[in-house]
Write a protein that binds this ligand. Sequence first.
Ligand code: NAP
Ligand code: MG
Length: 500
Amino acid sequence: MSLGHDDWLRLAARMSSPRGLFVGGTFIDPADGTPMPVTSPRDGRVLAEVAAAGEKDVDRAVAAARRAFDEGPWPRLKPRERAKHLLRLAELVDRDADVLALSVSLEMGKPISDARNVELAALVNTLRWYAEAADKNAGEIPDAGPDALALVTREPAGVVAAVVPWNFPLTMAGWKLGPALAAGCTVVLKPAEQSPLSALHLARLAAEAGLPEGVLNVVNGPGEVTGRALGLHPGVDVVTFTGSTEVGRHFLRYAADSNLKRVWLELGGKSPNIILDDAPELGAAADTSAWGIFFNSGEMCTAPSRLVVHKSVADEVLERVVARAADFAPGDPLDPVTKMGPVVSEEHLGSVLSHVDVALEEGARVCIGGERVRVDSVAGGGSYLEPTVLDRVTPGMRVAREEIFGPVLSVLTFDTVEEAVALAADTEYGLAAAVWTRDLGRAHRISRALRAGTVWVNCYEEGDLSVPFGGTKLSGHGRDKSLHALEKFTDLKTTWIALP
Ligand code: NAP
Ligand code: MG
């Protein structure tokens, strides 16, 4: 039976989360970090004080992961045995899905229905998918002629530091943990400082699932301390990072300044959503544009933040997008009918609003939204923003170029297909794009012309664990999801056997 608003409020009042660092299979007190408050953007309330890892704590976590990799059973287990552990963990996540969803909803403001039905479903599916993939990781036997046997095997790459953002705290953790653990690596996970509670609960479940000690460690803490220490640590073999382009650059520097660990980056985006005048269903295209930018308060790396629409249909599309925006009026994230909650923090709200201010100074126009709002049913001050649509945006404006990571849509218009492609391609990012047209040939040619990790045709945000996800250009490199993700966490080894 699904829970109502009152049920979630009751559960929230009783919620308690682990607060320590999870190292070597158990929760420990920090040696040198300063505790950090976790503030809910729902009402501005401090939910908990959690331990933060300083450099000594990062050392302890990496040492635990190192021991588990170098001496422990994990990389030596039959893949099927690792799969059993991951399936057990998935089972426990499924059992605790309500509590985990509640943690996510409270710590970063995601509507509880999305937390429960999207975020938690994604984590459970991801863990199961990679569990099933664990024993399907075959090597190669090239033809070395009659006098030799050449084996090319994929071996686990070692200790992985997984540094993740707050917008999908558990989905992102799952996209890293699933393939890394399935491949036989051990992991130190660093959640974002806004969203440690769900990660710590996951750590508790890893212990209950019987993962050998040190296979998964969780160190919360500020990026500049905990994240940096992981990035520079000589005991870390691989960094897998999702977050901003700016911090992605830091990780490349950390690697260069330490042990040349390999660094996989999934970064930001400024994705164009092109609606041509022959879009099959304008209504669906417009509804999807609205959903795409307002879902998760626009805090989506793939958000279709630039609507690139043909002049002949622009008015009709815009009218419909504005009408749909009303469905996303900010509400209490703990109310199951809420489609859009707050943005992640007061600081982030300020940043999003300043983008809107600059856009207005530069000549854009607010079609709807643009103001912070209060949600009456929530006591205290939460960080809520109206769904916002800006038109008369031109390609040089900051709102057309920079990632805002909020519920703010910029509308640009064009006359010809060439113009549309040029507008869409005019970005330093390369994460995603979409095109709406009846003409599949046209769609295919536009898709080929755009440098982006994903191009959707007549849809947006569709996908499956079986397809890779990631970007090009300033959106990073490397792919999450799909069997290709296993490549990030394995090394190719050649064994050349001379035959007598
Ligand atoms: P962020 O500031 O880059 O933080 C991401 C992670 O890096 C957090 O765990 C953060 O820790 C840590 N970090 C921050 N500064 C660091 C430093 N100097 N050294 C080492 N680690 C550091 O990003 P965010 O604000 O959490 O998330 C929003 C960004 O993520 C957006 O740009 C979005 O596009 C991107 N994103 C990309 C994808 C994708 O798959 N491509 C998916 C989701 C989000 P603290 O929180 O403790 O600072
Ligand atoms: Mg941050």
